[in-house]
Design a protein around this ligand. Structure first.
Ligand SMILES: C[S@@+](CC[C@H](N)C(=O)[O-])C[C@H]1O[C@@H](n2cnc3c(N)ncnc32)[C@H](O)[C@@H]1O
Length: 294
């Protein structure tokens, strides 16, 4: 299978300053792209992922590469960082990374509901075993105010009002059960109004639903606070984010704790190079911020 391409790999690993036999947590294991690089440099990695499928893919990949003795897979949410450390490691860790968002297979798989082309599902849960709320439930049962708030607050969709009204009209005809149908409803709205968009018009609606289904902003906030109590002094935390809402949370957190509890490692956030964006266009919106615990 084709593995997810890790973004800002060298930049992140350099900032982490990986050392032999030191302990790292990769809070978003994915397909293990960043983790493998830490393992190659002799680090010990506890790899956390909410998605059992990705956890299995990464674990098999890491075993095949011969690093299983240095690697411990954990099925959990990174918002449980402190519990994960207390239960499995019982000492402060030497570095922490999260690479937010979805892996390429999650974005394209049928049956997960993340892809505009998914004709089977409108699910969007990263961990179907432990989460109940789906995007399908939101789209078909939330009232006007709730949908409007989701689209405008989490994705700044400027047409939140008419799009919400259109979704409500459409769901009255027949429940909206697939990602494709939802994407087409939003695309039709743009077409009817002759509004041009460089990206797929449904991108923002999908992003906002994903954020709410997986409680992404709260997970990130909880993770950041817990990093202060779980990462050892002089060790680094790296966060790769993919949209302004996430990046704002990280930036504000660093600002709030700057100099008393953390020192910023890269004053100017690291962006992908021209070469990386050319090779992997999905990496173009990545932003890497890093801080050291003091
Ligand atoms: C962009 S991918 C990470 C890719 C990885 N760095 C690599 O190189 O293969 C994001 C991963 O984080 C997982 N994830 C997202 N939010 C999570 C959370 N709150 N807790 C644990 N895992 C999460 C997703 O399931 C996905 O596998």
């Amino acid at each position: 299978m084709e593995f997810h391409t890790p973004v800002l790999l060298t930049e992140t690993i350099d900032l982490l300053d990986v050392q032999k036999n030191k302990i790292y947590i990769d809070g978003t294991l994915g397909h293990g792209g960043h983790t493998l690089e830490i393992l190659k440099r002799g680090g010990i990695v506890y790899g956390v992922d909410q998605d059992p499928k990705n956890l299995e893919i990464a674990t098999n990949r890491i075993k095949k590469a011969g690093f299983e003795k240095q690697f411990f897979p954990i099925h959990n949410n990174f918002n449980q960082l402190e519990n994960i450390v207390n239960k499995n490691i019982k000492q402060k860790i030497d570095g922490l990374i999260i690479d937010l968002g979805l892996s390429q297979n999650q974005q394209t798989d049928q049956d997960r509901g993340f892809s505009f082309n998914d004709e089977n599902s409108l699910d969007m849960r990263l961990d179907p075993e432990n989460q109940e709320l789906t995007a399908e439930e939101i789209i078909n049962t939330y009232d006007y105010d709730q949908l409007f708030e989701i689209f405008s607050k989490y994705a700044q969709e400027v047409y939140s009002k008419p799009i919400t009204l259109k979704i409500i009209r459409e769901r009255q005809k027949k429940p909206i059960k697939t990602a494709t149908r939802l994407a087409n409803i939003v695309r039709d709205f743009y077409k009817e109004r002759h509004i041009k968009s460089k990206i797929d018009p449904s991108t923002k609606i999908f992003l906002s639903l994903r954020i709410v289904v997986n409680d992404e902003f709260n997970n990130l906030k909880n993770f950041l606070v817990q990093s202060l109590r779980t990462v050892d002094k002089n060790s680094n935390v790296c966060i790769i984010s993919f949209h302004s809402g996430e990046d704002r949370i990280v930036k504000q957190f660093i600002k709030e704790y700057s100099d008393q509890k953390v020192i910023i490692e890269n004053k100017k956030p690291t962006k992908t190079s021209f070469q990386e964006t050319k090779k992997n266009p999905l990496s173009r919106s990545a932003t890497l911020r890093s801080y050291k615990i003091v």
